[in-house]
Design a protein around this ligand. Structure first.
Ligand SMILES: [Zn+2]
Ligand SMILES: [Zn+2]
Length: 196
């Protein structure tokens, strides 16, 4: 079973800007999801990805699965968790991938380097080496040791496409109707609503 394809890994790194442990993780997640959901067309808009963090991993998920914010099939839930849920709308299948890799738990080097960095020491080179080592370890780790993969049955509701826009009573800028808030009896945008 192929876990890493050199050329598409290289393209993912190019998209993100660098190789790092987060990107490696997102790559493995996305590959596992495509396989589980038999979504072999990576630009399939019927594939929906829900990411529960906005770390480097999310970039790999976006690039490998082709799910994007603009198409509405990449959904961000700000839970700060390495949990990724995917749905194939064509087949109705869904899968939840939770990362639980313990391979680094005994490795205190990263924390120690961070501490030295905070103390003003220049450890950039060591940190980078440590990150590369972790990324490589993630790329070749046994999937079963890294992820808990469970099927999901309920599909997320389809986001409505184009919605009407209204003008904010305070700043005058247009915004999506569904995002409107009421302030002092007027319809305003969220930034204006949250001001003061
Ligand atoms: Zn990164
Ligand atoms: Zn406004």
């Amino acid at each position: 079973m192929e876990t890493v394809n050199e050329s598409d890994l290289r393209e993912t790194v190019q998209f993100h800007g660098h190789l790092c442990p987060g990107l490696a993780l997102g790559y493995r997640v996305a590959k596992a999801a495509l396989r589980e959901l038999k979504a072999d067309r990576p630009r399939d808009e019927e594939l929906v990805a829900i990411v529960e963090n906005d770390s480097c991993a999310a970039d790999a998920v976006q690039f490998v699965t082709g799910a994007t914010f603009g198409k509405g099939n990449l959904i961000f839930r700000d839970y700060g968790k390495h949990v990724y849920t995917f749905f194939n709308r064509r087949t109705g299948q869904g899968v939840r991938i939770s990362e639980d890799y313990r391979g680094f738990e005994a490795d205190g080097r990263f924390a120690e380097l961070r501490k030295r960095q905070e103390a003003g020491e220049d450890v950039a080179r060591e940190l980078q080496a440590c990150k590369m080592e972790k990324a490589a370890a993630i790329l070749k780790a046994d999937e079963k040791e890294m992820f808990t993969i469970t099927p999901v049955v309920d599909l997320p509701p389809r986001e409505a496409g184009i919605r009407g826009s209204v003008r904010c009573a305070v700043c005058g800028e247009k915004f999506m109707e569904s995002r409107g808030r009421v302030k002092n009896g007027a319809i305003v945008c969220i930034p204006c609503f949250e001001k003061e």
